[in-house]
Design a protein around this ligand. Structure first.
Ligand SMILES: [Zn+2]
Ligand SMILES: [Zn+2]
Length: 236
C-alpha cells in the first residue's frame, strides 16, 4: 500500500472546519512560510537576491508581514536592499537604450520596464506550491473513502479551487466523483439564497430567517475564494 501524502490528514480534518479547505490550508501554509522561512533566512544572500529581483513581496503579503508582527529589523534590512537595487537600476540606464528612448519619446517606459519585478513574490510562490499540493491530494485520493466522506460532509471547495482540483484528477472516475460531491453543495447553497431572497421580499418580511441568513456571505467565498488567496486580479 502506498504511503499517504503528508497533507492527507490535514485535509480530512480541515474539511470539517467550514468554508473551502484549500483556502484555509493555503493561508496556514503561507503564514508558516512568512513566520519561519522568511524571518529565519532574512539575511541569507539567497533571500536578498530573490527579494531584490521580485521587488519585495506583493501588496497582500507585505501587509501580512506587518499583521503577523514580523521583525522590524528584518523588514528594514530587506527593504534597504530593495531600495539599493532600485537606485542602481534607475541610475544605470544604458546609453543606447536612453538614446533610443529619447528618439522614440518613451524613456519613461524604458525605465519602467527595468523596474519591473523579475521574479515572483516569494510568498505567492509558496502559496502556489501549497495550493498544488492540496488540490493534487484531493484529486488523487478522492476515491479513498475517508477523503470522499470528509468532502461529502463539508461545505465544498470554492470555485477556483474546484476547477484546479478537477484539472488534476488523474482519470474520469475521479472527475465524476468530484463533480457528484461538489454539485449538491451548489444546489444546497442556491436553495438557501433563493429562500433568503424570497424572505427579503415585502410579501414575506414577517418570516423568520433560518440557516439561510448568512448564505449570501458564504456564497461570496464559495464563488470567489478567499481574499488572502486570490486577492485582486488586475493588469499593471
Ligand atoms: Zn478555495
Ligand atoms: Zn505575494
Amino acid at each position: 500500500m502506498s504511503v499517504l501524502p503528508l497533507n492527507f490528514y490535514d485535509l480530512i480534518d480541515g474539511f470539517s472546519a467550514g468554508g473551502c479547505v484549500v483556502c484555509s490550508l493555503v493561508q496556514r501554509d503561507v503564514h508558516r512560510f512568512l513566520d519561519s522561512h522568511l524571518y529565519e533566512y532574512v539575511n541569507t544572500p539567497e533571500t536578498h537576491a530573490k527579494m531584490r529581483s521580485s521587488r519585495g513581496l506583493c501588496a497582500t503579503h507585505s501587509a501580512n508581514l506587518v499583521e503577523f508582527g514580523a521583525s522590524v529589523l528584518g523588514i528594514t534590512i530587506l527593504h534597504a536592499a530593495i531600495m539599493d537595487e532600485l537606485l542602481k537600476t534607475s541610475a544605470e540606464p544604458s546609453r543606447a537604450s536612453a538614446a533610443f528612448g529619447r528618439l522614440r519619446g518613451n524613456s519613461g517606459s524604458t525605465l519602467a520596464n527595468k523596474l519591473e519585478a523579475e521574479g515572483q513574490c516569494m510568498a505567492c510562490a509558496a502559496l502556489e506550491r501549497a495550493e498544488g499540493q492540496h488540490t493534487g491530494t484531493i484529486a488523487e485520493y478522492i476515491s479513498d473513502e475517508r477523503m470522499n466522506a470528509a468532502y461529502a460532509a463539508s461545505d465544498g471547495l470554492c470555485l477556483p479551487h474546484f476547477r484546479q482540483t478537477l484539472r488534476l484528477a488523474p482519470d474520469s472516475n475521479r472527475t465524476d466523483m468530484l463533480t457528484s460531491l461538489q454539485v449538491p453543495k451548489w444546489k444546497a447553497l442556491k436553495a438557501q439564497l433563493d429562500m433568503l431572497a424570497k424572505k427579503y421580499d415585502a410579501n414575506h418580511n414577517d418570516e423568520a430567517v433560518g440557516e439561510e441568513a448568512d448564505s449570501w456571505r458564504r456564497a461570496l467565498a464559495m464563488v470567489s475564494g478567499s481574499n488572502d488567496v486570490f486577492g485582486v486580479l488586475r493588469s499593471k
